[in-house]
Design a protein around this ligand. Structure first.
Ligand code: MN
Length: 267
């Protein structure tokens, strides 16, 4: 009897400590949930945008670090980017393991994303492309430079990852964590790294900025090939110009995102 009374008192005390009865505003979901859904939606939208812009085709992928857990990232199941919807987005740990696979196929190269999120706490979104315009710069000695202000983030230099140095003759794919870590090391603190004979990786503090950078890396590469065809030395942005111009890009990139989003939403 005394024990029962104690349990009852303890239950009331626990309820009071837990804040019961709760005020109405305390019954709204935790803030992390809507943020996570917004990021999931942006992954689907951004994937379709990059496909629409020709940066991604049947291959390549866009991911984001989970806003609810920095040790997890979100990316689509294995699917062509133009077909990604929010329902296709899965969660992974930083070894590239799907948290709740439910039998869904996953991207072979998810280790690119896992190891970059592990190495770069500042990175919230990663894009991997086979962007055709960057390939020439991955297989020659010609450095990719920032041709104009939209590509200002390239002005600090663009490293090239040589998979042969990491693992000899491979099928060129980043199919395990060791290769992902080697790629992340080559990327260093930069926003973009080229992958020899393969494509590139682009990182950013948000999905919208990652999409912006992936697109303008492709455009700047195409402009550099055009400029080279005219002959003579190329007068690219300096690192100092790049830093200044990139600050402006971060402020105004929303205009491009809104346009691209509308185009893929069919509105
Ligand atoms: Mn690839």
């Amino acid at each position: 009897m005394r024990a029962g009374l104690f349990v009852a008192i303890a239950a009331v005390a626990a309820a009071v400590l837990a804040g019961w009865p709760r005020p109405a505003e305390a019954q709204t979901p935790p803030a992390a949930e809507p943020d996570r859904q917004a990021v999931v939606d942006d992954i689907a939208t951004g994937s379709r945008i990059l496909a629409d812009l020709g940066v991604l085709d049947g291959f390549g992928h866009l991911s984001a670090r989970s806003p609810a857990n920095p040790n997890r990232f979100l990316m689509s199941r294995s699917l062509a980017p133009a077909l990604v919807t929010p329902n296709d987005v899965m969660e992974f740990d930083l070894d590239g393991n799907a948290v709740d696979p439910k039998g869904r196929a996953v991207f072979l190269e998810r280790f690119i994303h896992a190891q970059i999120y592990r190495a770069r706490p500042d990175v919230m979104s990663v894009v991997h492309t086979h962007s055709a315009n960057v390939i020439p710069f991955s297989v020659t000695k010609t450095k990719l430079v920032a041709m104009y202000h939209n590509a200002a983030f390239l002005a600090g230099g663009v490293p090239v990852f040589e998979i042969r140095d990491a693992a000899g003759d491979t099928d060129m794919l980043i199919r395990d964590n060791a290769l992902g870590a080697a790629l992340a090391k080559a990327l260093g603190e930069k926003p973009v790294a080229l992958m020899r004979g393969h494509g590139d990786v682009v990182v950013a503090p948000s999905v919208t900025t990652a999409v912006f950078r992936a697109y303008y890396t492709d455009v700047s590469a195409r402009l550099q090939i055009l400029a080279a065809s005219l002959g003579g030395e190329i007068n690219a942005l300096t690192p100092a110009e790049g830093q200044k111009a990139d600050l402006v890009n971060l402020q105004i990139q929303g205009r491009a995102w809104d346009l691209w989003k509308r185009k893929v939403s069919g509105q």
